[in-house]
Design a protein around this ligand. Sequence first.
Ligand SMILES: [Zn+2]
Length: 72
Amino acid sequence: MREAENRIIRCPVCHKGRIFDAAEQTDLSTLHLYSPRQSAKADWFTKCPKCGTQIGIAIQPKLTTEQQRAGA
Ligand SMILES: [Zn+2]
């Protein structure tokens, strides 16, 4: 199924390993994956089943326009 395939979150390093699957309604724009070099930004870690790289994960809700202005 092509649609289901789009919900598979793959390794940002090798793009082959399947890190996890997202629910249909999940907003993928809040999900951030980090390679080991950026791991300081991540909240959770997992390992790519293909290349063995440690993948950092962070969920960051999208900022509203107002929050962006306040931060700028
Ligand atoms: Zn990988």
